[in-house]
Write a protein that binds this ligand. Sequence first.
Ligand SMILES: [Zn+2]
Length: 523
Amino acid sequence: MTTTIRLLAIGIAVTQTQLVGAQEPVDRAAIARIREEGFQRSQVMTFAQYMTDVLGPRVTGSPGLRRAEQWAKTTMTRLGLTNVVIEPWGEHGVGWTNVYTSLHLLEPTYQPVIGYPLAFTPGTSGKVTGEARIVSIATEADFARYRGKLSGAIVLATPPRPVGQQFTPDATRFTADELRALQRTTIGAPTGIDSVEYRWDVVNKTYVPVGSSATSGGVSPTERLAFFKSENVGAVLQAAPGRDGTVFVDGRPGSRQDRSYRGVMGSPPMVAVAAEHYNRIYRVTAQGIPARMEIEIRNALDTSITTADNVTGEITGGDLKDQVVMLGGHFDSWHAATGATDDAAGVAVALEAMRILKTIGVKPRRTIRVALWSYEEGGVVGSRAYVERHFGSAAKPAPDYDRLAAYFNVDNGAGRIRGIYLHGNERARPIFEAWLAPFADLEATTITINNAFGVDALAFDQAGLPGFQFIQDPLDYDSRTHHSNMDVFDRLPADDMRRNAVILASMVYLASMRDQPLPREGR
Ligand SMILES: [Zn+2]
């Protein structure tokens, strides 16, 4: 009863302050303490360095990610968090780890070749030596052309990938004009990028623009792979996106749908090769000059655990402890490097935000829960499973649906926070205007109605929950690091990382103390 009266009183107070146009309250003293701890005694780079250099790649389902989850659990416990759990979210598939890669051009002259296997492909049958063969399969008729002729071949399966000079910088920061353009947006798609709305395609397990289908005509990538497998090729090479030694590589085509042991073994060995190296091999082969290669790939397949997990930990709240403010990033990565910007950076920032709040001894009203998601790389899968289980959706709410006050996501690399995406939630704008005002000196006050797409905030937003992603400087995320062999610790600027942890800790703290949860769209 007392609670009801109190809530009513708050409701009236809020209405009155809104009528007189009063500011959203901001605890500047708390923010000052967060800034001091986060700027002068930051541990964010210590977290990031261990995750990347020591724990290494964290492919969902792999023993590498499971080892990292144990580290996260130990770290959260050491920070004094409570209810630290590694929570399985469902079936994932086989644990895949690349344990050896060796790639060489032997003739016409020797050259070591830069390349990486695609995740969820098998290794080669030992050391394979053979001539490169250009193979182009576009239609069913092409199968007949090649049938019986490819045994042991090193298949060049894609055209060369032209790379000229680059006259633009690898890394950039948002300009004032670009930030103003973001701020000026009036209508963002409900869920999508700019004006293109996306939906989850349940059959193909991927996001597709509304009104389109994920499948296209002709020979599908999986049919092509099945053919190469049945022809017993030595390996399938493809020109990788990227330049100057950078190789972008993720999973086998079809691995979103099937990451089982059988699915992996039904594919030929596949290697993404640095474009400039691939192009040389291709040009020589096209001239009729033998390009002899030697390739050995070993990939370990672990079938002992087929589920995948999220890791969560909490700072228990006070009078509103049944409500929760969440923050997080995704713990899984691709395999060619150590997943530094995607997304050890976000995880380190989230852990550091929790460390700051614990260290300065805040007593939040709501419970603050950090979450490290897995298989974000497969279409925000771990976070969507978590939201479905714990919160449900507006259409199908779970018991905790009304208990989530806000979710803040960090996953667009290590670039400094410049503001926040509202994800269409116009009612959150005045709140964030007030909360970001103390960070004007850090140029972090841009607010856009737009969505950030393909990040875990989407899982919350699509369920009608108040989930937000920060606007971050792009740096070299798209040009150089994310999903590449150069996504390494060296690409994380310490100053940006420190700022991000301070801003995240402040936002989470303010959300935990606010009289009301953050407003939701359509309510
Ligand atoms: Zn990614």
